[in-house]
Design a protein around this ligand. Structure first.
Ligand code: HAM
Length: 432
């Protein structure tokens, strides 16, 4: 194929290559393990949903719905959208399958999400999230549980410099009153607002709080704070959550400008931000969304959850050279099998299956190749032990075992019967 016609991945969509996937799997395993400890169950929903689902839940004025969704008509003329996030799909599935009917749910999911954003470090058009959604609790205790769970995930991963920011957006009434106050304040300084913020002043003024523009940031220093507009119930719930976090010894800062990019939240919202990573520094974001279930046609059910960006998490762990990232780099088989001749190769394939049955991780040299060449590959595989079946060993049903990696006194090569290889290798590995 000529270079010109080479087909490339779509911009903003990445391959996760075999040298990276061990760390991905390890991160997912840590999350799944912690979620299981807190009795969360996994839910898997389709990547494609009816476009209405997202328009009705995320908010028509959000960037996601107004300009970032991958939407198309299928062959029946139905408008479908590749999911830009997991919350709306989880609510849809919960309503459709009666999961909220007289029940509470602790759910988690993982998989790709799609947003047509401008790609840059930490921002992609297909990206992976691990998320959690809880249904049926309106009290801050569930919020504390979820934040404690995220904290445990980060601790187990060895993630550093990642701090929790929290805010309360209050109820609908709070936001209405705050919205008016913010518009009143910003309208007096309209000339100091950038074009984007001027547009948002009428469509979605709270999102101006999120502006990265320095002039706008300066203006916001004197803007009214949403925390001064909370109802007594919302203020109490927010104070209660802070008490739980203090008891849990989870550090946090209150950021009254934290508004999130999706419109479905009320009361508690939060983000975990990594100081070292650059512009796309939020590794995890979420909050409470008590009206979505009802809005999508279910019985009124409170919801609370988060989404965690896996690309960002994996890259930060790599950049921080976290032990979990280093361990995965050293991911090697326990033994590498080398054989000379057809008879030996036949025995090698059976021996591999036998060793794997006992729990060992075993790689074989496939096809022909000189002993020298095969040993080169054994070395490259990183395996600490080579098992060799040559002509002589094959005749006697034996194999030779050689330790490849050892800094101290070398261990002599030894020859054992093939049915003793698994045991011998296991014992040797323990002594290395
Ligand atoms: P979100 O803030 O849009 O929230 O996304 C959650 C996380 O996904 C972000 O903090 C970030 O780590 C990652 N992320 C988002 N967009 C991208 C992107 N283009 N490229 C790479 N990573 C990205 C939600 O999606 C909500 N559904 C969270 C939630 C669940 N709220 C309640 N329940």
């Amino acid at each position: 194929m000529s270079k010109k016609s080479q087909i490339k991945a779509i911009r903003g969509m990445n391959d996760i290559l075999p040298n990276e996937s061990p760390l991905w799997l390890a991160v997912e395993a840590v999350c799944a393990g912690v979620f299981a400890q807190y009795s969360y169950k996994q839910i898997r929903t389709p990547l494609l949903e009816s476009t209405h689902l997202f328009a009705r839940s995320i908010g028509a004025e959000t960037d996601i719905v107004s300009k970032e969704m991958y939407t198309f008509d299928d062959r029946n003329g139905d408008s479908l959208t590749l999911r830009p996030e997991g919350t709306a799909s989880t609510v849809r599935a919960g309503i459709e399958n009666g999961l909220f009917y007289n029940q509470q749910q602790r759910l988690w999911y993982t998989g790709p999400m799609f947003r047509h954003e401008r790609p840059q470090k930490g921002r992609y058009r297909q990206f992976y999230q691990i998320g959690v959604e809880c249904y049926g609790w309106s009290t801050p205790d569930i919020e504390a549980e979820v934040l404690a769970m995220i904290h445990k995930v980060f601790t187990d991963l060895g993630l550093q410099h990642t701090e929790l920011q929290i805010n309360s957006l209050g109820d609908v009434d709070t936001r209405e009153r705050y919205r008016s106050a913010l518009i009143e304040y910003l309208s007096k300084h309209v000339d100091a607002l950038d074009e984007d913020s001027q547009r948002r002043l009428t469509t979605n003024p709270l999102r101006i709080l999120d502006s990265k523009n320095e002039g706008v940031q300066a203006l916001l220093l004197d803007a009214p704070s949403i925390l001064d507009y909370l109802s007594p119930e919302s203020a109490d719930a927010f104070a209660c959550l802070q008490g739980y976090l203090q008891d849990l010894q989870i550090d946090f800062t209150i950021n009254p400008r934290l508004v999130r990019g999706l419109d479905y939240y009320n009361d508690t919202v939060f983000e975990w931000v990594n100081a070292d990573y650059g512009a796309q520094s939020t590794v995890c974001g979420g909050g409470r969304y008590d009206s979505m279930v009802e809005q999508l046609g279910g019985q009124s059910t409170p919801g609370f959850g988060f989404g965690m960006g896996l690309e960002r998490l994996v890259q930060i762990l790599q950049e921080q050279a976290a032990p979990i990232a280093k361990q995965q780099e050293q991911d090697a088989p326990d033994a590498f099998l080398v054989s000379i001749g057809d008879r030996a190769r036949k025995q090698m394939i059976s021996l591999q299956a036998e060793m794997v049955r006992t729990g060992l991780r075993v790689q074989c040299h496939m096809g022909d190749g000189s002993m020298k060449n095969q040993f080169k590959r054994a070395d490259k595989s990183g395996a600490p032990i080579a098992v060799i079946i040559g002509d002589d060993e094959a005749v006697e049903g034996k194999a030779s075992i050689k330790v490849l990696r050892r800094t101290e006194a070398p261990i002599a090569q030894r020859t054992v019967m093939q049915n003793e290889v698994a045991n011998t290798v296991t014992n040797l590995l323990e002594s290395l």
